[in-house]
Design a protein around this ligand. Structure first.
Ligand SMILES: Cc1cc2nc3c(=O)[nH]c(=O)nc-3n(C[C@H](O)[C@H](O)[C@H](O)COP(=O)(O)OP(=O)(O)OC[C@H]3O[C@@H](n4cnc5c(N)ncnc54)[C@H](O)[C@@H]3O)c2cc1C
Ligand SMILES: *[C@@H]1O[C@H](CO)[C@@H](O)[C@H](O)[C@H]1NC(C)=O
Ligand SMILES: *[C@@H]1O[C@H](CO)[C@@H](O)[C@H](O)[C@H]1NC(C)=O
Length: 372
């Protein structure tokens, strides 16, 4: 195996795995994705379709590496919008759209410690403005505005699949066994590919198995963060959010499908797959004043669906790390890439590039070692 032309097997077809596949393909590598769920599937084990989704950072003032990844996606998405000459609210082919974002805090929190004008991301945002105290609505302690991005997850995930196909990557829909640990899963993947006439030797695996990573690699740090949202008819005119202690009230317009996501909850450790009616009522009630333009003539939202997703939470943040696994069938190289919690879309480009860097470095070290 050489660092210049590898065959990478990516486990997982969520936004993390798919973007990683695209990034490796764009650097000239061969890629096969193996995934139990692929875009179009709806399952509580598959998080990516259920995301809001938007660009709104979750990185703290100290998360320097994650900040870089956040800014990478912000810039990439704005570039796409500009290249396709889209006005605010008009979706690109990949399903992203630029919207103005208005955000309030209902209580003081750590993020606001140095005042809203000193948020770490303020200098990177287009049209960033602090909302003066005198203009804050009742109950808000701070507010900012900036231009941001909303993502129509269905369109976006299918677009990533199209890009993989265009670059001659392959996607195999299959579940890898979890009972035999990582070694068992990797051995199964190795046996599986020839069945699909993919006979190129495998250089390395990437483990982007999302919340199911807890089965594949029993990592006690991985936990679900439940998010319930309501999809309603019509496109809100802006992205909006009210940051509260527990839930966050948010409005994410989906320009490509004439709808808007209203949210939402962040319930750590909660595996309840069923929508909770009290939560639905709370979301609809708290969004009434936030997105009045979506109310029908009866003064109600036209609800299209109520959704539940499980963010792949991980204590300490995402795990990106190369591991060598010794098995009877030989040595496997895996780069773990999971645990992106509530930020998998906005971290996807940076995370994929980091994975590429880690594996390239690994193979270079290996080649040097072999020569000595
Ligand atoms: C309500 C909600 C709102 C959100 N809002 C945002 C937002 O605004 N911005 C943002 O950036 N993020 C947001 N997120 C977070 C984002 O959705 C996740 O971080 C992201 O989807 C995680 O992607 P993933 O690829 O790691 O996992 P997943 O999408 O879950 O994909 C995992 C993949 O691994 C496969 N897999 C797992 N185990 C196996 C196995 N044994 N064999 C074969 N395949 C396997 C699965 O089938 C699947 O294909 C939100 C999430 C929720 C729930
Ligand atoms: C992927 O990561 C998870 C979480 O640590 C782990 O349980 C699983 O065994 C890993 N799978 C592979 C194939 O490396
Ligand atoms: C979008 O939804 C709104 C609100 O229900 C409706 O009035 C409008 O006709 C819809 N537009 C399209 C193009 O379907």
């Amino acid at each position: 195996m050489t660092a210049s032309k590898a065959h990478i097997v990516v486990i997982g077809a969520g936004v993390v795995g798919l973007q990683t596949a695209v990034t490796f393909l764009e650097h000239g590598h061969a890629v096969t994705v193996i995934a139990k769920h692929v875009p179009g599937d709806k399952s509580s084990e598959y998080t990516s379709p259920w995301a809001g989704a938007q660009w709104r950072t979750h990185s703290t003032a100290k998360d320097f590496e994650l900040q870089k990844w956040d800014i990478a996606s912000y810039e990439r998405w704005f570039q796409t919008v500009e290249q396709e000459k889209k006005e605010p609210g008009q979706p690109t082919k990949s399903g992203v759209a630029k919207f103005h974002n208005v955000m309030y805090w209902a209580e003081e929190d750590e993020e606001l410690a140095n005042g809203p004008e000193n948020l770490w991301y303020a200098p990177h945002m287009r049209s960033f403005e602090v909302i003066p105290r005198s203009s804050l609505p009742k109950g808000a302690v701070a507010g900012v505005k900036y231009d941001s991005i909303s993502i129509d997850t269905t369109v976006y995930l299918h677009h990533l699949v199209d890009r993989i196909t265009e670059l001659k990557g392959r996607i195999v829909k299959a579940e890898l066994p979890t009972a035999g640990g990582i070694a068992g899963a990797l051995a199964a993947a190795t046996r599986l590919l020839p069945v699909y006439s993919i006979n190129t030797p495998i250089s390395a695996f990437v483990n982007s198995s999302g919340i199911l990573a807890k089965d594949l690699v029993p990592d006690p740090a991985v936990h679900p963060i439940r998010g319930q949202t309501v999809l309603v008819r019509g496109v809100a005119t802006q992205l909006r959010a009210i940051i509260r202690g527990k839930g966050v009230t948010y409005v994410i317009p989906r320009a490509a499908s004439n709808s808007t996501i209203l949210g939402g909850t962040k319930q750590v450790g909660d595996w309840n797959q069923n929508p909770d009616d009290t939560t639905t009522k709370w979301i609809l009630e708290s969004c009434r004043d936030v997105a009045p333009e979506l109310l029908n003539e009866k003064g109600e939202f036209d609800v299209l669906s109520v959704n539940v997703g499980f963010r792949p939470g991980r204590t300490g943040g995402p795990r990106l790390e190369v591991e060598e696994i010794q098995t009877e069938a030989g040595k496997f190289v895996v780069c773990h890439e999971y645990g992106h919690a509530g930020a998998g879309y906005q971290l996807s480009f940076g995370s994929a590039e980091k994975t590429l860097g880690l594996l390239t470095e690994h193979f270079q070290r290996h080649a040097t070692r072999a020569k000595l």
